[in-house]
Structure formats: C-alpha cells, structure tokens
Design a protein around this ligand. Sequence first.
Ligand code: HPA
Length: 274
Amino acid sequence: MIIYENYCEAADFLRAKIGAFSPEVLLILGTGVGYLADEVENPIVIPYRDVPYMPVSTASSHKGNFVFGQLGGRNVMIMQGRVHIYEGYSAEQVALPVRLARLLGCERMIVTNAAGAVNYNYRVGDIMLISDQIRLFDPDPLIGPNIEQFGGRWCDMSDVYTAEYRFLAKQAASELGLQLREGVYFYFTGPQFETPAEIRAARILGADAIGMSTVPEVIAAVHCGMKILGFSLLTNMAAGMVKTAYVPGEVTQTAEMVKDSFCNLVRICLTRLP
Ligand code: HPA
C-alpha cells in the first residue's frame, strides 16, 4: 500500500530535480508517440528507476523516463513510456505518476495508447478520441483506504474525458484534415490479447476499442480533479474481426505509419488546452 507520505516523498524527490519548473500538463505517451518526448525544450530527464515507489517499465517498446520541459509552448511533465498492470504492478502503483503530477501542480492530462479496433466501421491506423471508458472486472487504483488529500471516497465518473477538451480535439483534427473517430475504450489487463468471444462481449457491452492501459491512470486523475483528454491509436482490428490472426509487430508497425499525424494532433491540443 502506498500512503500519502510516500507520494509526498516521491514528489519532493522530483521537485528537487526540477527546481522552480512547474508543470501544467501531464502527457502520458503510449506506443507510437513516444518520440514527442524528444522534442521537449530544455528537458530534464529523470528515469523511473530513480524515483521512490515508482514502478519501472518492462515492455520493450516503452522507455521509462519522466521528461520535464516545454512542448507546444506549455510546461509539461511527460511519461515517456508507461507501466502496465500486466507487468506485475498493482493498479495503485500504475496510477502513482498521475498523483505525483498532481502534487507537482498538473491540473490537466493527455493520455494516449495503442488499442485494437472493436467497432467494424473503424480501420487500422485510425485515431480515436476517447469519449468514455469501461472497466468491469480488472483492478481499480482507488480500492483500499481513500486518500482524502487527493479526493473523496465516491468520485463522480460522469464526465471523465472532459467535454470541452473533446470539442477542442475535434476542431484540431478537422483543421489538420484528419478523420477522428470518437468512441469508448474498454480495458482488459492483458498481457494476452483477447479471444474473439471476449471481443464480441466487449462490443455488445459498448466498446469501440480495446486495450491494456490508460484506465487505472485515468481513474486516479479523475479522483484528484484533473481534466483529461485521451486518444487511442487503432493499430489492429481486435481478435476475430479479420481472417488473419494478430501478427507480432503489427502494433508498433501501424503506430510508426501514423505517428506524424498523431503527434501533430497531440501537439496542437496540448497548446490549446484551457
Ligand atoms: N487488444 C488489446 N490491447 C491492444 C490491442 C488489442 O487488440 N492492440 C493494441 N493494444
């Protein structure tokens, strides 16, 4: 269990490294957009392994660094690579960086991920604006004693992905001439991909995309009062939707193909977030 004093200790560690720098936006970079972190001006790079209580990324496509600096004219705290529950961490550990960001002053979060398309109207390479999320059975970071300093016990989840931010993202996409899908992200922990039956079930329950991340971080962010914008990069059709089985490397290959437009979209949104 991570207690409030532990979060404060980790935040103090980061504060000592970043000095007077004050981040406004937490940017969690999933597969495909990690290289946005390389564009940060005056970067201060802090490996996760140095930060007290911070879990370390083990997924090969994820670097494990916090990067603080300026991007798109904003003061950002970037997670270059994230950690997942399937790596053996608790939901609370996975959500820890969000709470650190909040302690450092971030009131906004942009989260991105790679996901499988569950909606038959979608195509590989599409970008989906996340309108809402579904977590039915998998671990929840708020289980356990509530930490009042972050938020109340029963937190409202009726406007998770801030409506104002979604409006702004749709406008930015249309200016870029980019078709933007909008739909519901359904969360399974993985690490195995889903069965066709699981995908059918998720579709019936309202899913448009499926993935193994984002939801624990987003729950913690809502709890501590952050405004959230989320995007899924649809790297493959989910299991059972196409004849060919999932091809290893498909996720990173698709991400590579669309990374320029995805990064442009994230950059514009970042600049404009109120
Ligand atoms: N399922 C779960 N997670 C994913 C997928 C998928 O099909 N594609 C990318 N991340």
